[in-house]
Design a protein around this ligand. Structure first.
Ligand code: MN
Ligand code: MN
Length: 461
């Protein structure tokens, strides 16, 4: 009669498997610190497990394992099912971009004989958290001749790193002491220090010799000139590796777990499909979720329709608009993103009866919006019921979770964009502590149960 939740560690007896699963997750997090790197590593992982590029295939038959790449930042894996594709696809959709600091288009300057670079933050961050920590630089620079230069600095122990020096507490009182949280560090103050040795040039007209010396190094090592920063995507992310947390090693601490935790678990779930599924299974790893799913690699682009249409055409040998619309309207999805776990330091932001707890399994979220459910998908009760029975049938450890108290705040996911296409959609993913911080905390039990939930969906959805 009563709805009773139990700590997942008490229910899941296979603790060795839980712990082992997170080892692969941590390794992947360290290799995939940007959306581009997640896609590159994801392709490598998929190809090693029998997936081929769909664009090279003329037709598709049940059991085929294919992938689609969208501009190097958005990846789709699919396993073709036995059933007519127009009866619907099972999509698991997560995002592989994470909050970070992007270099501005003209970033480099010198002041007081110190060279700095200016940034523009990407996604929702508490800006003060990004100061006085080691930062690594990842990304690409496109030279004028079209050559792509890849840059990764700060992940090897022997690499230099970058940092935003915060003001010392001794002198912070007047300049910072009365600022509100969002302004403790202001957007324009998010600048990294990049050098301090002046160039060895005698030209009396050359000012900014430290800046010039940095450009000399970049030109020597990468062939870059200052104008090349304009055609670049260079991202600063926390340097360092994913680590175990706690005396009992029950948690993972890392940058980028929102939402690579769902990206990794859903990718593992589709790779681990060994029997041909009834419905075509799709693992969609989106970009740009953190800034509103915009752009051609975000979920509001037509890419979902593009690759779904391509699959229809290659399976059926013909295509029309109605086939695509019917397929989408008959489809169902797990919008796979993280939720917030109750934190005993700040319990007041949650309604404990409806909030997620880390270690209690994957979180099912009917709606994400707060303040009158604004802007949320609000999954149909019928579909929530179906998902619930799928999870129970496979003995997945799951819980419900709303993101915060009513009127407290709120968040959004890709769910509403999927639902707008007619895809029945629910939000489901693990809870984190310190979401969007440079170092986020997840439970190993939840990581494993999230993987099991996506597997269950591909099998029974
Ligand atoms: Mn997310
Ligand atoms: Mn997020």
């Amino acid at each position: 009669m009563l709805y009773k939740l139990e700590n997942g560690w008490n229910k899941q007896k296979n603790r060795d498997e839980v712990m082992r699963f997170s080892e692969g997750y941590k390794i992947f997090l360290d290799m995939a610190k940007t959306e581009r790197k997640f896609v590159t590593e994801g392709i490598r992982f998929a190809e090693a497990n029998g997936f081929v590029n769909a664009e090279d295939e003329k037709d598709l038959v049940p059991g085929d394992r294919v992938y689609y790449v969208n501009r190097g930042k958005n990846l789709v894996l699919a396993v073709i099912g036995k059933e007519d594709i127009e009866k619907g696809i099972n999509y698991v959709v997560s995002h592989v971009d994470s909050p970070r600091l992007d270099l501005k288009g003209n970033p480099l300057y010198e002041e007081f004989e110190l060279a700095y670079m200016k940034t523009h933050y990407y996604g929702g961050i508490k800006k003060y958290q990004w100061t006085s920590i080691p930062l690594a630089l990842h990304g690409v620079v496109i030279l004028e001749d079209g050559k792509k230069v890849e840059i990764t600095i700060g992940e090897k122990d022997s690499d230099p790193i970058f940092t935003i020096p915060d003001i010392l507490p001794h002198l912070a009182d007047k300049v910072q002491g009365d600022r509100k949280m969002r302004d403790v560090i202001k957007g324009e103050e998010l600048q990294i220090i990049v050098g301090s040795i002046p160039a060895d040039v005698t030209d009396p007209h050359l000012k900014d010799k430290v800046k010039y010396a940095i450009l000399e190094i970049l030109n020597r090592d990468y062939g870059i000139i200052e104008e090349d920063f304009i055609s670049a995507e260079l991202e600063l992310v926390p340097a360092g590796k994913a680590r175990d947390i706690g005396f009992d090693r029950s948690m993972v601490g890392s940058y980028g777990q929102d939402d690579r935790i769902c990206g990794y678990t859903s990718m593992r779930a589709i790779i681990d499909i060994h029997e041909i599924p009834e419905k075509t299974a799709v693992c969609f790893l989106a970009d740009k979720e953190e800034i509103g799913s915009t752009g051609s690699t975000g979920l509001t682009s037509d890419f979902l329709a593009y690759f779904t249409g391509d699959m229809i055409e290659k399976i059926k040998g013909n295509f029309n608009e109605m086939m695509l619309r019917r397929t989408l309207w008959n489809s169902q999805a797990m919008s796979s993103d993280v939720n917030a776990g109750i934190d005993p330091i700040f319990p007041s932001v949650h309604d404990a009866q409806n909030a997620a707890k880390i270690g209690y399994g994957v979180v099912v979220t009917k709606y994400t919006g707060a303040r009158g459910k604004s802007g949320t998908n609000d999954a149909d009760a019928e579909y929530v019921g179906k998902v619930r029975s799928i999870l129970n049938a496979e003995n997945v450890c799951w819980q419900i979770g709303e993101l915060g108290k009513v009127d407290e705040g709120g968040g959004g996911t890709v769910a509403k964009f999927l639902a707008a296409l007619g895809i029945r959609t629910i939000d489901i993913g693990p809870a984190l502590l310190a979401m969007h911080a440079p170092f986020e905390v997840s439970s190993k039990l939840d990581i494993y149960e999230t993987y099991r939930a996506y597997k269950a969906f591909y099998k029974r959805g």
